[in-house]
Design a protein around this ligand. Structure first.
Ligand SMILES: Cc1cc2nc3c(=O)[nH]c(=O)nc-3n(C[C@H](O)[C@H](O)[C@H](O)COP(=O)(O)OP(=O)(O)OC[C@H]3O[C@@H](n4cnc5c(N)ncnc54)[C@H](O)[C@@H]3O)c2cc1C
Length: 487
């Protein structure tokens, strides 16, 4: 689009929103150039900040008429480039949709706008003894709209489910600018389960403008045990042993030594900096249940080879133990100029073996890795430490990251646990899926967005792209998508 055409688009969009709600100056656009995957940057044509659903409807309809792509954005904390702008598109920020519309303590639900921060929901309902369970480590900043679009997880998701399990209803604006309701206030809705389809759809099927979330009672008691291990594999095995005993902890997280040291230096949580790995295991419920589970878990951990066990002595120490885990990403950011956060999920019993393979790859690529992850879910987050100022190091990091994701697929897992595909993992979608499955994804996209104007180019690769990528990644001598022509 030429500068003149962009100026015209800005003028037209200002018919629907106040003048200052359309950003068009380079300095105004710069903060929106990237999301949490900051290695990729692109300035959008314009940033538009509506604050009413009717405005979103008008903007989407106008863009549909003009064939202008739209990328929705919440807080921009996504780690896979989902909210990365497009050169020829507008960025639609939902930041001004930041109101909690209603709280229904009786039905334990809340209706919120998409730009409400995840933590703000729990803070608002805490006086009623309730909370919203999915708690990404970014919960202080990330929005519920972004959480739905990414199907976000967090420390509590092992026991209480991901975003998809904790929402009831969405209002969204289709690619043609039609408002539609998905789901209902009841537990089940007839027809196709579009609520599940929309959850994790990465802004490609509609713009979410209203979310009804489920709330849970705050458990009357929660205790956390910190276990030290001298070997990462022993810690990984302990995770499997706890679950196999029929105990579902409220949170079960693991950190390896580089993560422990980085976090301890940052928040002084009282971690064992000599341990090869620590496990944080939270038990919640009634006081009797928790005391019983604490004893059982302690025995399992000891039998699994834990070298040290500490039970948080009070609520303050429990929060402190978790604060180190929640701050692990920024803590790692202090020990390396850059880091690249991977996100893959594997069967729990393969965690130890996969961590060993990651260590081997780390040596092969000459890049350090810190591991901090949702161990109970088998959701790995290897953080690859690199320096973007060293020529070629980003490319080597990306290749290393790609190999980790392919390893996840090889052991029966998936290339994403909770961070979405975005642009980061789009090539690995070709490793995860065959042509038949990808064709179904494209058919779904066409059904919702026939012109491909909502976040195009993200999450689902074209078969042609896979053919090109497949040419580079021949798995066990078998070329993927052999029927497609290579250029
Ligand atoms: C330090 C750190 C820790 C993190 N920890 C976790 C974690 O524990 N678990 C986890 O799951 N994630 C985690 N994340 C990733 C990230 O916070 C989540 O993916 C979060 O849900 C993104 O929310 P957001 O509001 O920032 O969305 P954005 O980054 O703005 O957008 C994410 C995607 O959602 C789409 N989108 C946003 N709003 C809408 C809307 N209203 N309608 C349609 N599409 C929309 C965007 O187009 C994009 O594709 C972490 C990130 C950081 C930086």
């Amino acid at each position: 689009m030429t500068a003149w055409e962009t100026a015209l688009l800005a003028r037209e969009l200002r018919r629907y929103v106040p003048r200052e709600a359309v950003l068009d100056e380079p300095a105004q656009l710069a903060p929106y150039e990237c999301d949490g995957l900051s290695a990729y940057r692109q300035r959008p044509l314009l940033v538009v900040l509506p604050d009413a659903v009717e405005q979103v409807v008008h903007i989407v309809r106008h863009c549909a008429q003009q064939g202008v792509p739209i990328v929705a954005r919440g807080a921009g904390t996504g780690l896979s480039g989902g909210a990365l702008p497009l050169q020829n598109g507008i960025l639609l920020s939902l930041a001004k949709f930041n109101k909690i519309l209603s709280i229904d303590a009786h039905n334990r639900t809340a209706r919120v706008q998409p730009g409400v921060r995840n933590l703000a929901i729990s803070e608002a309902v805490a006086p009623l003894g309730l909370y919203y369970a999915p708690d990404p480590s970014s919960q202080i900043a990330c929005t519920i709209g972004g959480n739905v679009a990414e199907n976000s997880g967090g420390l509590h998701c092992l026991k209480y489910g991901l975003t998809v399990h904790n929402i009831l209803k969405l209002e969204m604006i289709t690619a043609d600018g039609e408002p539609v309701t998905i789901g209902s206030n009841a537990l089940d809705t007839p027809g196709y389960d579009l609520l599940a389809l929309l959850t994790g759809s990465e802004g490609m099927l509609g713009i979410i403008v209203d979310v009804t979330v489920k709330l849970l009672p705050i458990p009357s008691c929660a205790k956390v045990i910190m276990a030290s291990f001298d070997d990462v594999e022993k810690a990984s095995d302990a995770v499997g042993h706890i679950i196999a005993e029929g105990i579902i902890p409220g949170g079960l997280e693991m950190m390896d030594n580089p993560s422990i040291r980085a976090s301890e230096d940052f928040v002084h949580a009282g971690y064992d900096t000599e341990a090869a790995a620590i496990l944080l295991c939270e038990l919640d419920g009634t006081a009797e249940e928790v005391d019983d589970d604490v004893e059982r878990v302690k025995q399992i951990l000891a039998a699994s080879g834990a070298t040290g066990l500490r039970l948080a002595r009070d609520e303050m120490q429990r929060q402190l133990f978790w604060s180190g885990r929640k701050a692990a990403f920024p803590a790692v950011g202090r020990i390396s100029p850059d880091y690249y956060c991977m996100d893959g999920t594997i069967p729990r019993k393969r965690v130890g073996e996969v961590l060993k393979r990651i260590a081997e790859l780390s040596a092969e690529y000459g890049l350090r890795v810190a591991n901090v992850f949702h161990a109970g879910d088998g959701n790995l987050h290897p953080l690859i430490l690199y320096d973007a100022n060293i020529p070629g190091e980003l490319e080597r990091t990306e290749e290393f990251g790609g190999r980790i994701l392919e390893l996840c697929v090889e052991v029966g897992g998936t290339i994403t646990g909770e961070h979405g595909v975005g642009i980061e993992k789009i090539n690995q979608m070709c490793v995860q899926f065959e042509a038949g499955e990808l064709n179904q994804f494209h058919a779904v996209k066409r059904a919702f967005d026939s012109r491909g104007l909502l976040n195009p180019g993200k999450a689902v690769p074209t078969l042609q792209r896979c053919a090109e990528f497949g040419a580079m990644h021949v798995h066990r001598g078998q070329e993927k998508f052999p029927e497609l022509e290579r250029f």
